[in-house]
Design a protein around this ligand. Structure first.
Ligand SMILES: C[S@@+](CC[C@H](N)C(=O)[O-])C[C@H]1O[C@@H](n2cnc3c(N)ncnc32)[C@H](O)[C@@H]1O
Length: 386
């Protein structure tokens, strides 16, 4: 970690405050904290967490780049799918975890051009800091549409329309599990004599043990296998069972179906941190100054949503989804050979190429009351199974 950029003194002081808050919470809890709680605080501790405090986060000056930040063509392609769902349900969008607000602006501008403007575009984000940034982005990029955007403080009780979330599920707290010879353990965080965070294990129990046991039975894990289970992502998906009246959730994220997520070759899990465009696996590094994520087990998402009354409407790679939504047609609308075209073509390459984001990222559509095939899933490999 020695080669990573050194934070400014005030950022370091901020990180030390969060370190102290975590230290106090671990002591108060008897010396051990579940990693899910630790991750929740790293990202969302009020005023201190990575997402809840003022770190730059997205873009070249931040820690990582997401698809909407790379090119407006991502939102333009997604708009085609959103318009279809709205036409079959209601002209309303809810974006959860809207980041800088870039996707909201691109979607609204494209839907306006296509004559499919939603009546309301709701945004729900845990981060008050990001809510402000979303408002600024809308005010700068689409000021005439700002009056359609409304920020929510919680999920609506009932919703008809399209729910969109890009890289939301990977930012939800996850438990870390070790399947050992004698038992299944939950890995948590303690503090050693020098005040340094260390991993320590306790026997898993309750819903977590049941989930870990089921995965073991399905995937025959070798002893010593370590990975994550996000109960938070599962309950978020299940929540929609009683909230979504008609429409679809379009969830885009990096991850795998279960048999690949818990594949023997991935025996150290998927926990990953992003700090100034460096990816590494140490969640104890500079608390509050780096993003901490886990990949998504998409099988778990549909397995949670289905008993809650929702159906799987589609599941494919991001590359295939964007092709189906006409991203290349959109690219061709930019005059060939211009700097804008060259920039956009580079970004589209990254979004589509299997060795970049095209295959690791998936799109899942879950919903209720829609009969027609969704355009984003209409062509391509239909043999993907969850
Ligand atoms: C990795 S960022 C992705 C941002 C944006 N969608 C993008 O693609 O650039 C995750 C976002 O989800 C938000 N978030 C995480 N958990 C959330 C939850 N349960 N409800 C609402 N927002 C959440 C974070 O505050 C952050 O804006």
């Amino acid at each position: 970690m020695n080669n990573l950029p050194i934070p400014a003194p005030e950022a370091l002081a901020h990180s030390q405050c969060l370190h102290q808050a975590l230290f106090d919470e671990i002591s108060g809890a008897g010396g051990w904290l579940s990693f899910a709680r630790f991750m929740e605080q790293l990202l969302y501790a009020p005023g201190l967490g990575y997402y809840t405090a003022g770190a730059r986060k997205f873009g070249a000056a931040g820690d990582f780049v997401t698809a909407p930040e790379m090119t407006a063509l991502f939102g333009q392609a997604l708009a085609r799918q959103a318009a279809q769902v709205m036409a079959a349900s209601a002209p309303v969008v809810l974006e959860v975890g809207a980041g800088s607000g870039r996707l909201a602006a691109d979607l609204l501008l494209t839907l306006e051009q296509a004559g499919s403007l939603p009546e309301r575009y709701y945004i729900l984000d845990l981060s008050a800091d990001l809510r402000q940034r979303q408002q600024q982005t809308m005010a700068t990029s689409a000021p005439h549409l700002l009056n359609r955007v409304e920020w929510l403080d919680r999920l609506p009780e009932a919703f008809t329309g399209v729910v969109i979330a890009n890289e939301l599920l990977d930012a939800m707290p996850a438990h870390v599990i070790a399947w050992r010879e004698d038992a299944i353990y939950e890995r948590g965080v303690s503090v050693d004599g020098a005040g340094i965070f260390t991993w320590s294990e306790r026997p898993a129990n309750g819903a977590l043990l049941a989930a870990a046991d089921e995965i073991d039975k399905q995937c025959s894990l070798p002893p010593g296998f370590e990975s994550e289970i996000s109960l938070a992502a599962r309950s978020w998906a299940a929540e929609w069972g009683h909230r979504l009246t008609k429409g679809a959730l379009l969830l885009i994220d990096y991850g795998f179906p279960r048999r690949e997520f818990y594949h023997q070759q991935r025996g150290r899990g998927t926990l990953m941190c992003h700090y100034r465009h460096h990816a590494h696996p140490d969640p104890f590094f500079l608390p509050g100054l780096q993003d901490v994520t886990v990949h998504v087990d998409f099988t778990a998402i549909i397995a949670a949503a289905h008993p809650a009354g929702l159906n799987l409407l589609g599941y494919t790679s991001q590359g295939q989804f964007l092709l189906n939504c006409g991203i290349l047609d959109r690219l061709q609308e930019i005059p060939n050979g211009t700097p804008e075209y060259i920039r956009a073509a580079g970004a589209v390459g990254k979004l589509l190429m299997p060795h970049e984001m095209g295959e690791l990222f998936k799109v899942i559509a879950i919903g209720r009351g829609l009969d027609e095939t969704l355009c984003g899933f209409a062509n391509g490999d239909q043999s993907r199974r969850l």
